[in-house]
Design a protein around this ligand. Structure first.
Ligand code: MSP
Length: 477
């Protein structure tokens, strides 16, 4: 059986989840559900990244023990994914004993095979990024992502060899053996790799207690990114032993925001190469959600809360609005006003209206003979299904939604043009013909909606089976 292993990045537990986290996770959920429906053996992993300076600092500020602090925030993530109907098969926490033991085993392997050596590292460290920054990455001396001056740091540490993998990486990325999508990000990372020598990276911290102690030197803890990357393997239950690399590995796709591409394409990839483990088959890089054209910030007061969205638009409304708000891969500009308008147009008037009209008009049609409820995955009778598969397989998530709504809008127009309520009285044969198209389209729509709006899809199917429709979406004032 074909397999499909998909991962989200693991989210920092320094603060509660936000709409950006929800965006990535819903996108992966759509892809996971879709691939499960295609009959692939699917594993969908998400989780939380719980060590490091940023989190230690935050816990201290709140006067809490780090473990107790991350336990609380990790629980909020788990709960949010439940509320958003996320179908993840695993949830990995980097403070779990299994993960910690595996990380230590991996580091010992890297140390034993000569990939890690002792040295010192001097550089500018941005705690927000949990990364060293080179001068040319700074704008006015500040990290542009966190608008903060990085700290100068020089300490004894362990370093991992990077340089010998530079050409291997370039080749694998160029040939798409290690595929980076969309294409512009492949270009971006190639031009980075071709323009400078990869420096060895510090993989430990001497003065940071909140981390996994190195197995070969207790005075050091593991660099949080190395700890975090390994989640993609430990989340499958891996114990860190090279003989036991899980059968689901390599991941088909690791979904990443554009801010964390480089660290993945260099440090994560080199770690795997140093271990002799296959690279993920692909990365898909998505853009960021902006609000009113700007990065969301408390100061600007333009933060869109995920709880606020769920309250206003419900689960499927929120999933729909996140996935249809712009080209998947590009930055996405959202505002509550525009989303409310879209909700009313596409969901209350568009889909909701179609479902209630078709079910109402179809009350008296005998669908027993119509075969419309027996749609199968990949049904050749319905070209729309094939087209959707193509779009989703190319990560054109918004395109696939667009495609479903073409059908929704087309059918609403078809109803107005054909006036089936009049045909019912004047021309029974034509009426049955019109209703047969509408009922079978509705069945196709329910089918296509499965990965995007699972509950709505179920409700439409039930409506078709029982010939009764509850209103799906209430207009919002
Ligand atoms: N913990 C690291 C990832 C480790 S993966 C081995 C991390 N965590 S994060 O919580 O800061 O970010 C997680 C993901 O959320 C990133 O892919 C990031 O791009 C994404 N987003 C953060 N803000 C976002 C938006 N405003 N919009 C969309 N995605 C955003 O980085």
């Amino acid at each position: 059986m074909d397999k499909f292993y998909i991962t989200t990045p693991i989210y920092y537990t320094n603060a509660k989840p936000h709409i950006g986290h929800a965006y990535t996770t819903v996108a992966c959920d759509v892809l996971a559900r879709w691939n499960r429906l295609q009959g692939k053996e699917t594993f969908f992993l998400t989780g939380t990244d719980e060590h490091g300076a940023k989190i230690e600092k935050k816990a201290k500020e709140e006067g809490r023990e780090p473990q107790e602090f991350v336990d609380e925030i990790a629980a909020v993530f788990v709960d949010l994914w439940k509320r958003l109907n996320i179908s993840n098969d695993g949830f990995i926490r980097t403070t779990s004993p299994q993960h910690k033991a595996a990380v230590r085993k991996v580091l010992q392997t890297l140390y034993d095979n000569g990939s890690i050596y002792k040295g010192t590292y001097k550089g500018l460290y941005c705690v927000g990024c949990e990364q060293f920054k080179s001068e040319n990455e700074l704008v006015d001396g500040k990290c542009p992502d966190h608008n903060a001056v990085p700290e100068e740091m020089e300490e004894e540490c362990y370093l991992m060899k990077m340089n010998k993998w530079q050409n291997t990486l370039i080749e694998k990325i160029k040939s798409d053996e290690f595929k980076i999508q969309p294409e512009r990000y492949k270009k971006e990372i190639l031009s980075f790799l071709e323009s400078q020598k990869l420096e060895d990276v510090s993989i430990s911290r001497k003065n940071l207690a909140w981390g996994i102690p190195l197995p070969f030197d207790n005075e050091h803890t593991t660099y949080v990114w190395i700890d975090a990357f390994l989640n993609y393997l430990t989340g499958l239950g891996w114990d860190g032993d090279l003989k036991n690399v899980p059968a689901m590995w390599p991941a088909e796709v690791e979904m990443l925001g554009k801010d964390i591409l480089r660290v993945h394409a260099t440090i994560w990839a080199a770690t795997l190469l140093n271990l002799g483990i296959e690279l993920p088959k692909s990365f898909f890089i998505h853009g960021h959600i902006l609000s009113g054209g700007k990065k969301m910030s408390k100061t600007l007061g333009n933060v869109i809360g995920i709880d606020e969205m769920l309250e206003k638009f419900g689960v499927d409304g929120t999933r729909y609005l996140l996935m249809s708000g712009g080209t998947f891969g590009d930055d996405l500009d959202l505002t509550m006003e525009r989303m409310t308008e879209k909700y009313n147009n596409d969901l209350a008037n568009g889909l909701g209206n179609l479902v209630s009209r078709v079910i109402k008009l179809g009350e008296k049609v005998d669908i027993g003979t119509m075969d419309i409820l027996k749609i199968t995955e990949n049904d050749k009778r319905y070209p729309k299904i094939d087209q959707s598969i193509l779009l989703i397989d190319k990560f054109e998530i918004d395109g696939a939604i667009q495609h479903i709504w073409d059908l929704v809008r087309g059918d609403n127009r078809f109803i107005e043009d054909n006036k089936p309520w009049e045909l019912a009285k004047s021309d029974e044969e034509k009426f049955n013909e019109v209703m047969s198209k509408l009922l079978s389209d509705l069945s196709v729509i329910a089918h296509l909606l499965k990965p995007f709006m699972p509950e709505t899809s179920e409700k439409i199917r039930t409506a078709l089976e029982t010939r009764k429709a509850e209103p799906l979406f209430q207009r919002i004032k």
